[in-house]
Design a protein around this ligand. Structure first.
Ligand code: NAP
Ligand code: F7E
Length: 325
């Protein structure tokens, strides 16, 4: 049987890089869409660059989306591209709506016109639950987004369902809770902590400034979550699934485990800095992933404790060559 072709938008991001690894291991032809940049953005996919194809396109540009699909002729499209950092969505609310919200419609329009048989995955987010109306959150929990990012994702989620129902597209939406890894962007809290812990251990830094230590998240490992995305597109019919571990921890718990991993006491180094507070916070997220466990047989394989350890070790290895001692 001929190998399948997958198009990944956002291939230079955390999830895009893990998904590329995963699909290559399954024998896929992998095409990644990147936007034009004056600098090299391929750091996370450097190891697989010679095994994937890169095409140029931008979620802001309808004709580029259509050209990318016509050129790549994919069987599956994974829409992972977005402005994904929540605080940036307050400073750039309109742009976030354009990328993260309307960008989904642009891809769906391109699919409808170029090849309506394409299977489509939309990267929806637990941020849509925001100020949660029930605990834990399922596929049926009403949304109450608390940031321009969350609002844009809610639009992307519903337009995916609308195109499925209006045009009979195989369009699915995975409602992912937070997932992290050594490839996570340095501005997100988990990676900010693991990077700082490594720097403090190596004598390169003394204090770590953080915002709300009481915020609680359902944190999983990104490598586990891309498997769930793929599974969703291997089914007979499209559906939406919560992807989560079902366990929740506070930012302070992450700090404690990360500093413990290098035999340091977190209270000696962490400084609470109101600069990192948000205009509106999402206090407590915990996902109920029983549907994806039951229907697709998916479950996370990496524990919270293993994730923290993995991230701290990776940052230590990365930074050790730059340490003075
Ligand atoms: P990420 O590391 O921030 O990657 C985002 C990707 O989107 C990057 O490749 C970026 O390209 C690309 N991008 C941004 N704007 C674009 C545009 N206008 N046109 C084309 N590409 C554009 O995000 P991630 O953590 O991998 O997350 C992947 C997706 O899942 C995102 O949609 C995110 O919102 C969603 N999500 C993530 C989580 C999580 O916990 N990680 C949870 C729920 C949902 P550049 O390299 O050029 O910037
Ligand atoms: O914040 C608190 C902060 O920026 C987590 C994205 O992938 O997951 C991610 O969004 C929590 C928040 O991720 C700092 O207030 C404390 O409560 O790591 P984060 P996020 O906002 O949950 C969702 C599911 C997505 O879809 C998004 O794309 O940590 N926090 N102190 C801090 N957060 C940051 N960034 N920096 C701090 O210093």
């Amino acid at each position: 049987m001929a190998s399948k072709t997958a198009l990944i938008t956002g291939i230079t991001g955390q999830d895009g890089s893990y998904l590329a690894d995963f699909l290559l291991s399954k024998g896929y032809r992998v095409v990644g869409m990147t936007r034009r940049s004056s600098t090299d953005v391929h750091e996370r996919i450097r190891a697989v660059l010679d095994r994937i194809e890169i095409v140029s396109g931008d979620l802001l540009d309808q004709s580029s989306m259509t050209s990318v699909l016509a050129e790549a002729q994919p069987d599956e499209v994974y829409n992972l591209a977005a402005q994904s950092f929540v605080p940036a969505s307050w400073s750039q609310p309109v742009l976030t709506g354009e990328f993260t919200g309307l960008g989904v419609t642009r891809i769906l329009e391109a699919i409808r016109h170029v090849s309506p048989k394409i299977k489509f995955y939309q990267a929806s987010s637990s941020e849509m639950f925001g100020k949660v109306v029930e605990v834990p959150q399922t596929e049926r929990t009403p949304f109450y987004p608390r940031s321009p990012y969350g609002v844009a994702k809610a639009y992307g989620h519903w337009i995916t369902i609308n195109y499925r129902e209006s045009y009979d597209l195989f369009a699915t939406s995975g409602i992912s809770f937070n997932h992290e890894s050594p490839r996570r962007g340095l501005e997100f809290v988990t990676r900010k902590i693991s990077d700082a812990v490594a720097r403090i251990k190596l004598g390169m830094l003394d204090k770590l400034h953080l915002g709300n230590l009481e915020a609680a998240r359902d944190w999983g490992f990104a490598g586990d979550y891309v498997r769930a995305m793929w599974l969703m597109l291997q089914q007979e019919s499209p559906d939406d699934y919560v992807i989560a571990t079902g366990r929740t921890h506070k930012v302070r718990d992450f700090c404690k485990l990360a500093f413990d991993a290098v035999d340091l006491v977190w209270e000696d180094h962490v400084v609470v800095d109101p600069h990192f507070y948000r205009p509106a916070e999402v206090d407590h997220l915990v996902g109920d992933a029983s549907k994806i466990r039951r229907v697709l047989g998916w479950q996370p394989e990496t524990s919270f404790e293993e994730l923290v350890e993995m991230m701290v070790r990776a940052d230590l290895d990365r930074l050790r060559p730059f340490a003075l001692v």
